[in-house]
Design a protein around this ligand. Structure first.
Ligand code: FE2
Ligand code: FE2
Length: 315
């Protein structure tokens, strides 16, 4: 990787990073929602609305807790790890010092995001009196990243990790955006999301730039090997299985009749989550692949097509 190609984000970070600029946010005790309805379709289902709407706030609060749980895992176990190894020059790809510095700002941001998330978890438990359910200590990436690495040749593992984290950092941006615009949600929660989004825009550009510089220097053979890993990664990354099992776990904790529980259970199991090229996360991923230059490689284009073929084969 050429030092001269790298453009630092250090100045932008000094002036704008939320860890440098934002005061602590306090959860309001008002009538607004703690989590957007559109992010938890269970509470919008006909069975739920007819038979147990009084459980709406419990379901939304637990969904908020799960969102926080996922942020903490994503930030501290996935992005932090990769950014930290770049900062410490432990990455097998040669990286300029300015890039290592920026990687350390990402570590600081992500650990700060995890801290803010835990602050909100603590405040929400205190405000609602609702204790979080036990959640598995993993997110989709906890399986998707190892699955991708298992398919990569040894010498490309760091490159694959870099690309996977770059994809995730480009999709979390969209994920977070859905929160910050919803007027029915508490202002502090929307502020939390807006702050996070603000930092993630810079992160997305950082990771995209790294991948672009790497991709330019990679051999044709290495590019094709990495392209071959993308379908299995996407199939694990975009699955909704964890969301489904969380929703099923939630239904078990509602104090409702057995017939209503069964109806909700059946609705969750039947809920289809079609992943098509029109899927919003696919839009972000395609945009990332375009801006990083990866999409100009024919094998990457083919891999995206192949992805939709392997979907049905992943368990
Ligand atoms: Fe973050
Ligand atoms: Fe990030």
């Amino acid at each position: 990787m050429s030092t001269t190609d790298y453009r630092s984000f250090a100045e932008d970070w000094e002036r704008r990073a939320t860890v440098r600029t934002r005061p602590r946010r306090v959860l309001e005790n008002d009538g607004k929602l703690i989590y957007p309805l559109c992010r938890q379709p269970l509470v919008l289902s006909a069975t739920f609305l007819k038979h147990c709407p009084q459980w709406r706030d419990f379901v939304l609060t637990q969904s908020f807790y799960r969102f926080i749980h996922d942020i903490v895992i994503f930030e501290t176990e996935i992005v932090d790890k990769t950014a930290r190894s770049i900062a410490k020059n432990r990455f097998s790809l040669p990286l300029p010092l300015a890039c290592r510095y920026d990687a350390m700002t990402v570590v600081v941001d992500e650990d700060y995001h995890a801290l803010v998330a835990l602050d909100f978890l603590q405040q929400a438990v205190e405000l609602t009196g609702i204790q979080p359910l036990d959640l598995p200590g993993r997110i989709e990436l906890s399986r998707a990243l190892p699955a991708a690495l298992a398919q990569a040749p040894e010498h490309l593992c760091d490159a694959v990790e870099l690309i996977v984290v770059a994809i995730a950092e480009n999709t979390v941006t969209h994920d977070v955006a859905a929160f910050s615009n919803d007027d029915s949600v508490k202002a502090s929660v929307r502020g939390l999301m807006a702050d996070h989004l603000f930092d993630e825009g810079r992160h997305a550009r950082f990771w995209t730039q790294l991948v672009r510089i790497y991709w330019q220097s990679a051999s044709a053979q290495d590019r094709d090997s990495i392209a071959g890993v993308l379908p299995i990664f996407l199939a694990h990354y975009l699955t909704n299985e964890l969301q489904k099992s969380f929703d099923l776990q939630l239904v078990e904790h509602l104090d409702i009749g057995a017939d209503i529980r069964l109806a909700l259970h059946d609705e969750i199991v039947a809920l289809d989550f079609p992943i098509t090229p029109q899927h919003p996360m696919m839009g972000n991923i395609t945009s990332f692949l375009h801006h990083s230059g990866m999409l100009h490689t024919p094998s990457v284009k083919r891999a995206l097509g192949d992805y939709f073929l392997v979907l049905g084969r992943v368990t």
